[in-house]
Every structure is written in structure tokens, then in C-alpha cells.
Design a protein around this ligand. Structure first.
Ligand SMILES: C[S@@+](CC[C@H](N)C(=O)[O-])C[C@H]1O[C@@H](n2cnc3c(N)ncnc32)[C@H](O)[C@@H]1O
Length: 204
């Protein structure tokens, strides 16, 4: 079952105050390190899509100029406070990943983390990221999906509908397949944690 962007926005508006606590667990287990590994590749003018509460912000190289979007007003409010605490000048906007209000080729780097699992149409969202990214730019993704250990993948399959209903997160999607289906070229890809988490660098 796919939720609409509006339903996802409402869900994350309610979840915003708890998100950092809940995500604290995967962060402690190593996701924090993956964020660091991904974001040090960012450069120039950056668009972060589905920024959530801004958990990636602290990992950007200092010279990045960042615009960040999300479909949830409350998640953006938390991200805004985080940017202020970090003394970072980030421009935030309430925008749907599947209809980005930016011109073609306008960013050096486009970033998204833990979000293709929630987009109603992840292929469309990735095509939008590719459209606004310069042809020689970078699309940096940290994603989670179906484990490549069959026993664990089957477990995810069994609970996928219930999980999607609760959190709007489809945890048995295949991020690499979605990236390729969107027509992006994978430059580098690496997976870890039972093959669940992916670091992907792609280009339009
Ligand atoms: C699991 S959170 C990830 C947040 C953040 N990127 C992180 O790494 O912690 C998913 C985020 O995607 C956002 N989102 C879901 N669908 C979206 C869409 N169509 N457009 C923009 N943001 C969306 C949600 O509001 C939420 O903030």
C-alpha cells in the first residue's frame, strides 16, 4: 500500500518530535558513520531532498551552500532549529520531491538519505533529482532496503505492509534497482548491515 504525499506529510508532522530519538538507535549502530562517509563527497551548491530533521547537516563540508526540502512542515521546523544550533546558513522549503521547484542543472550535488523508502513514486523523485543536478554533478544517496540475506529479506517481506502502514516506509524496496530504473548512472555503490543499507553515488 502506497500513502499519498499528503498522508506522508501528516504522518511525519506527528512523528517529528520523536524522530531524532527513534533514529538515535540506528545512528548509534553505525548509520551516523554512513552519513559522514556520504556527505564528505558533497561540494558546491547542494540540494538535500527529504531533509527530515536535518540529521545530515553537521556532516557537510564547510564550503557547501545548502538548500533543503521536505514535504513535512514539522520535520523542517526541527531541521531549521538544528541548522541554527550548528550556525549553518541553510535555506529550507516545503517541497515535494516528486515536483522539485528548481531549474534543470542547478545543483552541483543532490543528496537524499533514508527517503526513497517513503516516496510514493521513488522513480519519479530520483528523476527529479537527476533533472536538477548538473550533468557532471553528484547524486549522493544513503538508503535502506531489502536485505540481500534471503532469510532476513523474507522477514522484511512478511512485515512490509504493516510497517508501511505505520511509518510510510517500504523497507523491502531495492534502492539500486530504483536508481537504475530512474535512468541514473551508478558511479559507486556499497552495502552493509546484512546488505540493508546502501551508500550510492550516481550521476544523471
Ligand atoms: C525516514 S525520514 C528521513 C529523513 C532524513 N533524510 C534522514 O536521513 O534522517 C523520511 C523523510 O522523507 C520525507 N518525505 C517523504 N516523502 C516526501 C516527498 N514526496 N517529498 C519530500 N519529502 C518527503 C518525510 O517527510 C521525512 O522527513
Amino acid at each position: 500500500m502506497n500513502l499519498t504525499s499528503r498522508e506522508i506529510s501528516e504522518k511525519y508532522n506527528r512523528f517529528a518530535r520523536w524522530y531524532d530519538w527513534v533514529e538515535g538507535i540506528p545512528d548509534l549502530l553505525g548509520v551516523r558513520k554512513l552519513r559522514g562517509r556520504l556527505l564528505r563527497r558533497a561540494s558546491g551548491k547542494v540540494l538535500e531532498v527529504a531533509v527530515g530533521t536535518g540529521k545530515n547537516l553537521r556532516y557537510y563540508p564547510q564550503d557547501c551552500r545548502i538548500i533543503a526540502v521536505d514535504v513535512s512542515r514539522e520535520m523542517l521546523n526541527v531541521a531549521r532549529k538544528r541548522a541554527t544550533k550548528l550556525s549553518m546558513d541553510v535555506s529550507f522549503s516545503l517541497t515535494d520531491a516528486e515536483a522539485l521547484a528548481f531549474a534543470h542543472d542547478s545543483f552541483d550535488t543532490v543528496v537524499s538519505s533514508l527517503a526513497t523508502c517513503t516516496f510514493p513514486n521513488p522513480v519519479v523523485a530520483l528523476q527529479e533529482m537527476a533533472r536538477v543536478c548538473r550533468t557532471d554533478g553528484k547524486i549522493l544517496l544513503l538508503e535502506h532496503g531489502r536485505s540481500d540475506r534471503e532469510w532476513f529479506g523474507r522477514l522484511q517481506d512478511r512485515r512490509a505492509d504493516r510497517h508501511a502502514k505505520q511509518l510510510g516506509c517500504h523497507w523491502n524496496r531495492e534502492p539500486l534497482e530504483i536508481v537504475r530504473e530512474a535512468g541514473l548512472t551508478v558511479v559507486a555503490a556499497w552495502r552493509t548491515f546484512l546488505g540493508i543499507f546502501h551508500l550510492i553515488q550516481a550521476k544523471p
